[in-house]
Ligand binder design. Structure first.
Ligand SMILES: NC(=O)c1ccc[n+]([C@@H]2O[C@H](COP(=O)([O-])OP(=O)(O)OC[C@H]3O[C@@H](n4cnc5c(N)ncnc54)[C@H](O)[C@@H]3O)[C@@H](O)[C@H]2O)c1
Length: 245
């Protein structure tokens, strides 16, 4: 699969799944426009530079609609367009719902759901003009299954399913495909920090008896961003070792 000459915009690429998405698309020859929220993505940039990728990295809080539109404009100025948008930025602020603070509900909704809406709204202006584009939203198995202590996260990711399907229907006549990848438990800084008891409880729920890797998610994204998936829109691909079917 080659993405030579294509521009891929990835939110939240400083670490974890976002970093691997950037590396996978760089290996496939894409120009990359990546965003980070707080810390400059030194590690991602070092890996991309080793691949000779053409990269621009900007700070962006996706919850800020003006900043989201500005970032898309900057990407178009730098690379001429946006071919693929991957909405990967996401946060958790877990807690039992009885005790969940309003600000923890709002923060998760603002980044995961409204942030994706902001990005899609900004990028489709470019994609509609050229009647082509691929949008990939990163959801979660928790959006389908729910999880005690993650009412805000689960609701935000379930909301992404509705957003994905509505956007897919609206944009299908313009030749823009919108799909969602729902990862299960993926080995990242977040899951590495879990204690052994929690890790074992998670493994017990996964028929394949192992966590996924960021590359497993990136491989699904490469497919959904490529012309091999041109007739696929409004779908959810679960990358979860069989945890949810
Ligand atoms: N790791 C998993 O097991 C797993 C499972 C299911 C879904 N996911 C989803 O995959 C995506 C990436 O997860 P990860 O594990 O790599 O997480 P991570 O915490 O390692 O990375 C999240 C990225 O999002 C960025 N971000 C956070 N808030 C932001 C904001 N307001 N604006 C812009 N960027 C922001 C962070 O800077 C970081 O780069 C998330 O959407 C997450 O919900 C992860």
């Amino acid at each position: 699969m080659t993405f030579k000459g294509k521009t891929v915009f990835i939110t939240g690429a400083s670490r974890g799944i976002g970093r691997e998405l950037a590396v996978a698309f760089a290996e496939a020859g894409a120009n990359l426009f990546i965003t980070y929220n707080r810390t400059a993505p030194e590690d991602t940039l070092a890996r991309l530079s080793a691949l000779d990728a053409d990269v621009e990295a900007v700070q962006l809080d996706v919850a800020d609609s003006t900043a989201a539109a500005d970032a898309v404009r900057k990407c178009a100025e730098r690379f001429g367009t946006v071919d693929v948008l991957i909405n990967n930025a996401g946060v958790t602020k877990d807690g039992l719902l009885m005790r969940m603070k309003d600000e923890d509900w709002d923060a998760v909704m603002d980044t995961n759901l409204k942030g994706t809406f902001n990005m899609v709204k900004a990028a489709v202006k470019i994609m509609i003009k050229k009647r082509a584009g691929k949008i990939i939203n990163i959801g979660s198995v928790i959006g389908s299954m729910g999880n005690a202590g993650q009412a805000n996260y689960s609701a935000s990711k379930a909301g992404l399913s509705g957003l994905t399907k509505s956007a897919a229907r609206e944009l299908a006549p313009r030749n823009i495909q919108v799909n969602l990848i729902a990862p299960g438990y993926i080995s990242t800084d977040m899951t590495e920090a879990l204690d052994d008891g929690t890790k074992n409880a998670i493994l017990a729920m996964i028929p394949m008896k192992k966590l996924g890797t960021p590359r497993d998610v990136a491989n699904a994204a490469l497919f959904l961003a490529s012309s091999a998936s041109d007739y696929i829109t409004g779908q959810e691909i679960h990358v979860n070792g069989g945890m949810y079917m």
